[in-house]
Ligand binder design. Structure first.
Ligand SMILES: Cc1cc2nc3c(=O)[nH]c(=O)nc-3n(C[C@H](O)[C@H](O)[C@H](O)COP(=O)(O)OP(=O)(O)OC[C@H]3O[C@@H](n4cnc5c(N)ncnc54)[C@H](O)[C@@H]3O)c2cc1C
Length: 392
């Protein structure tokens, strides 16, 4: 006999677990228990995120997840009574090669066909007049989506969780999930509970929302999940007024450097190709010189950008082999659902993920995307990998 029971147990109280908890309670499933091992929410990747949200992806499933999530963020405060911090300042991709232009154009056509009205191709001259501070000699053109932008991930996460708790969910902090209990009967192999540092909880449904630690949780159920941690570093600048604070997220496709306004300064990001998988979240001081060189090459005025290395930070992306999330049930183990492997897009796709996972648990199907099965775990065994090149 278990001291505790729940209809659904969610492992991980980051933005993804919180969104799933809210979507479940909003759909009437009240007895939801979220288990977080840290003493506070946000100590995983969510609290380290850049907060970018965009619908400018290349695959239909990623585009459709954003088409649910971004309007959801725009209405977040109306729906949940908490701010999301959504700012529709856009994402501007800068192409410096013909191949970039061809790629952006084919994405643009797919995005429009799926109903994204706010994306457009932009010519080099328009980019130069939008942001004359850019070094634009090598820019051939680009694409811009005005409803892309930024949110405050911490505020979204705590808003989702506070509302879920108001609707009946429970959050346990400082509680480690240490095992998944299963049973085998004539009906098959099924989840019957989780083991935690507070004792066993009986449940028929468990969601793995453990972010970069998802593979460890999958091991509790006896299988290998291809989700690997990868360090990402961000560098905030000191206040700087020689570039507009109304700027979109700007992505330099020549090298992947990107930046956006943050407070009175700018937040600089670049995915260093030399990083290899690990749980290291130490900020590497040598990164500053590398990123400032990229920054000044694209924005000459950034030559004078001051940064304080003590304010820079690192966190973990949760990478899958095809840079797409893994969503849905686990074949052969009734009751275990995955919400993992967002490959750096977990904030922007948290609302859609919450709705999809809640729909799959409660109804076995979802209308958020045309074909959610493309994100199933069994795509790896089948060799049916997806291909998303727009990873930032
Ligand atoms: C530098 C950086 C910049 C980023 N920028 C963006 C961006 O611009 N846009 C975007 O969409 N995404 C971005 N991301 C990615 C985004 O932050 C993640 O995809 C997202 O936060 C994942 O949310 P999550 O809830 O799955 O994971 P997390 O926030 O990591 O939450 C998982 C939680 O599970 C808990 N947990 C793990 N194991 C256990 C266990 N055994 N028992 C109990 N609890 C457990 C952890 O403590 C953690 O709190 C960025 C990430 C980084 C690091």
């Amino acid at each position: 006999m278990n001291a505790h029971t729940a209809d659904v147990v969610i492992i991980g109280g980051g933005i993804v677990g919180s969104s799933i908890a809210w979507h479940l309670t909003a759909a009437g499933c009240k007895n939801v228990l979220v288990i977080e091992r840290e003493s506070a929410q946000g100590k995983g990747s969510t609290g380290k995120s850049m907060g970018g949200v965009r619908a400018q992806f290349s695959t239909p499933v990623n585009i459709q997840m954003s088409l649910y999530s971004i309007p959801f963020y725009a209405r977040f405060e109306e729906t949940l009574g908490h701010p999301s911090g959504y700012r529709d300042q856009g994402y501007l991709f800068l192409a410096t090669k013909d191949s970039h232009m061809a790629y952006l154009r084919s994405n643009f056509e797919r995005q429009r066909a799926l109903g994204l009205k706010t994306v457009r191709m932009v010519e080099a001259g328009e980019i130069a007049s939008m942001l004359p501070q850019l070094h634009s000699g090598d820019i051939l053109g680009g694409s811009f989506c005005s409803t892309d932008g930024f949110v405050d991930p911490y505020s979204v996460m705590t808003g989702f969780m506070a509302c879920a708790v108001d609707h009946g969910a429970t959050l346990w902090k400082k509680t480690d999930v240490t095992g998944i209990v299963t049973e085998t009967s004539a009906a098959g192999h099924a989840v019957s509970g989780v083991e935690t540092s507070r004792g066993t909880v009986g449940t028929r449904v468990v969601v793995n929302a453990a972010g970069a630690w998802a593979a460890q949780v999958a091991k509790f159920a006896g299988f290998d999940l291809p989700v690997e941690p990868l360090r990402r570093m961000l560098v905030p600048s000191e206040p700087f007024d020689d570039f507009p604070h109304s700027s979109p997220m700007v992505i330099d496709m020549s090298n992947g450097f990107h930046f956006r306004p943050e407070g009175r300064g700018f937040l600089l990001a670049w995915n260093d190709p030399e990083e290899t998988s690990s749980y290291n979240t130490d900020f590497e001081p040598a990164f500053i010189e590398k990123i400032l060189t990229l920054a000044a090459n694209r924005v000459p005025a950034f030559e004078n950008l001051a940064v304080n290395p003590k304010r820079a930070w690192a966190g973990l992306y949760e990478m899958t082999p095809d840079h797409h999330s893994i969503l849905g049930p686990v074949p052969g183990l009734e009751g275990l659902f995955l919400a993992n492997g967002f490959s750096g897009h977990g904030v922007m796709h948290a609302p859609a993920t919450g709705k999809i996972v809640s729909d799959l648990i409660l109804h076995g199907k979802t209308a958020v995307v045309d074909d959610v099965s493309v994100l199933n775990f069994d795509r790896f065994a089948k060799g049916a990998l997806l291909h998303e090149t727009a990873v930032l």
